[in-house]
Design a protein around this ligand. Sequence first.
Ligand code: UN1
Length: 513
Amino acid sequence: AQKFGIKQALKDLGLQETNNGTSTGKDFFSSGEVIESYSPVDGALIGKVKATTKEDYEKVIKTAEAGFKEWRTWPSPQRGEVVRQFNDELRRLKEPLGKLVSYEMGKSYQEGLGEVQEMIDICDFAVGLSRQLHGLTMHSERPGHRMYEQYHPLGVVGIISAFNFPVAVWSWNTALAWVCGDACIWKGSEKTPLTSVACQNIAARVFAENDVPAGISSLITGDYTVGEMMTNDKRVPLISATGSIRMGKIVAQAVAARLGKSLLELGGNNAIIVTPDADIKNTVIGAVFGAVGTCGQRCTSTRRLIIHESIYDKVRDAIVKAYKQLRIGNPLDENNHVGPLIDKDAVKNYQNALDKVVEEGGNILVKGGVLEGEGYESGCYVKPAIAEAKNEFKIVQHETFAPVLYIMKYSGDVSNAIELQNGVVQGLSSAIMTNNLREAERFLSVEGSDCGIANVNIGTSGAEIGGAFGGEKETGGGRESGSDAWKIYMRRQTNTINYTTELPLAQGIKFDL
Ligand code: UN1
């Protein structure tokens, strides 16, 4: 790792051997147990982060509540100016942060940089947005009345993010929530605690320089019990959570029980439909990157390929051939395509999926396996695998966070493929490869894909920040990032003003005294 400049990156990001995982932005403190962060790249201990206790959390939430009272009064373009400066720091620190993401999480350095680029992009978006937090005006049914709506800051926003996008998901939420005037409390994944502290260091420095009140960028660290402190806390009006469907159901119920709002980004089971009119070269690139990128650990990863029978053999053979060219190894080495899985539990889930698909009658086309020997000492490197499978197999219905691609055939009309594509509980991302306008438009129509993201002639992963990101069904229904996703971070108020000397009632009701 040292060959790749990790020590310098840690230094540039202000990380110590042991770090406090609780912070209000102004202060860093933490009295919980020490979490050790081991790299899946080489198994080495990268650093330690102290977890957050209930008492630590109380301090954070009180500071956030107080900070919010002041921050909400700042004009939003001034809040945007702070985000602009924060973004300058991200641009300056893109390489060390991208490197740490790669080393602590295991994705390729290119993808680590790409993730930081998503942070930079959403901050740019948020700065512009800070002058565009528009409401509408309406025409009142009553004479001499004016009606409009406006958006006010919401309060304290709790953000729970996952290991696979350890920095970008935080920024999709915070960049918007900050310009919207909210205070953010972030619980990152306990599997990537150092990237969280690195981000918090950047925000804390920029916020201090701008006299932003304490608590606007806060960090808490630990396992799900730390997340529960927020989900059960009515002082946190919005919880934005990214993770498994299992986790999402627990979070949703806890938040709903206190009638809070939740924004959920849960599992995907994303498919690419390959029709007889597909461009095969682009299909192979899109499918292989989608299936093995981030070692199959994106919520947008391609899990299923639904191929028309007339081109099935050709597409299958081209993809199998492409898999033979994949180089698996240290993700910091830019010659490699695929890095490790996050940890040994993920390796077990991967092996289990391969066992299950065979048990259910699937046919392995590209054999998987755990890699051993030099360069693979962490025990987290696996071979991307492909199995021919049926959509109704239990294992195919389930999202396995690993590079296992299921391929299946469809015959006849594209509507048969759409039915298979929609025939899962998840509804995040989907794609069709076709040069046939009728097929493409059908896929995007009301009878088409039921997912939050539906692409034509690109794969399922790698969404841009400018669109709203999220999915339907058990993916949770939330939308974050671009478009009008900002609205969930604010409260809407409808205002009606009477500037006459009379008080006419709406709906023509007469009430004379
Ligand atoms: C995730 O995996 O949680 O669309 C987010 C993509 C990325 C984000 C993935 N922009 O693949």
